[in-house]
Design a binder for this molecule. Sequence first.
Ligand code: SF4
Length: 427
Amino acid sequence: MKVSFYTLGCKVNLYETEVVMSKFKNKGYEIVDFSDKADIVVINTCTVTNTSDKKSRNIIRQAVKNNPDAIIIVMGCYTQVRSEDIKNIDGVNIIIGNTNKSKIVELVEEYIKTKENKVLVENIMNTSFESMTIDSFETKTRAFVKIQDGCNNYCAYCIIPYARGNIRSKEKEDVIKEVNYLVENGYKEVVLTGIHTGHYGKERYDYDFSDLLNELCKIDNLLRLRISSIEITELDDKFLETLKNNKKIVDHLHIPLQSGCDKTLKEMNRKYDTSYYINKINKIRKIRKDISITTDLIVGFPNETDEDFNKTYNFIKKVNFSKIHVFPYSRRKNTKADLMENQVPENIKKERVKKILELSKELELNYMKQFLNKELEILVEKCEDNIVFGHTPNYIGVKGKGTIKDVNKIITVRPKRIEYPIMEEIE
Ligand code: SF4
């Protein structure tokens, strides 16, 4: 039988789709493209904004329309918080939330026997880490490993704690085994992901994220270790020491800021202010001078005035991020911010997004310029007509001269120009 997949949202969702995909593969199912006809379609949804909900619904409808006889399975964050929305879409056969993803093949096989639709959305507020491991990915250079799930922070705007549940971590032995396995299978770079990656181990162990990083860095043929995202409050002295001592941890940290205005940060229920944030950034840059620091930002949070937005704009310049992922604030039911007065009109949010995107491009170009005509190392992902492409440790995409033999190797390039959003060695 043929199975197709569609994933919306973050790296954690991508990882979980890959796990489900490999379970189908191991049972002899054939994996096909989402655009091809399939007997089974799996959609992994996202609910971080209203747009994600809408996109999830559209994809489900598209899957049902293109595959009228297929078994349609919908899972993920949107189903976890709003399963009634999915039940209202005709043609969906199995609905699960953010638990039981690793049991999908069994659920499908049961459905084939009984032909009974199933909704399996459990309370996620007090659950343990669902054991999942992965043995291969589409590309053979960079692998993702989910080490943590859930969030207890309850930022005023965020639905994720309700969709992902309490904080929980993968057993350290399982993480180390999984990374070792991936490295033995040729992967040179591993990206650690989670909803709150830096919170790894905090709820259970006398063993935290820095301990895990130190241990993973000892794996011989693992050349690069990347952290998908880390909160500023998790950059304690132990982490900074770990960063200083382990060159395998790449020169790139994604540290969500969300707002550069202290009043807004407080109303968002973020656990820091701008002076705390900049102090930590300065400490990081003392250890890693050229590190790329990227961030997430929300504009148009309730009560955000022009003056507040200008504070954010100026703070971004001061931090000198190398890229900003900006999102207009999106109201999510059952969150504190949804009930706040002074919601910002959509046209103002749009204008603010535009301004931040322009600033982000300017800062990104400035960051890239300092690497022109310098020797950089890229991990080669692909090669076409003796032109290779890969990313530097600080995640700049570079096209360089090379051969097919360089794929999945680290080579040195010297970019001569910027062809935004990448750099090129070829003149
Ligand atoms: S830290 Fe805040 S923004 Fe991040 S997932 Fe948790 S509640 Fe959401």
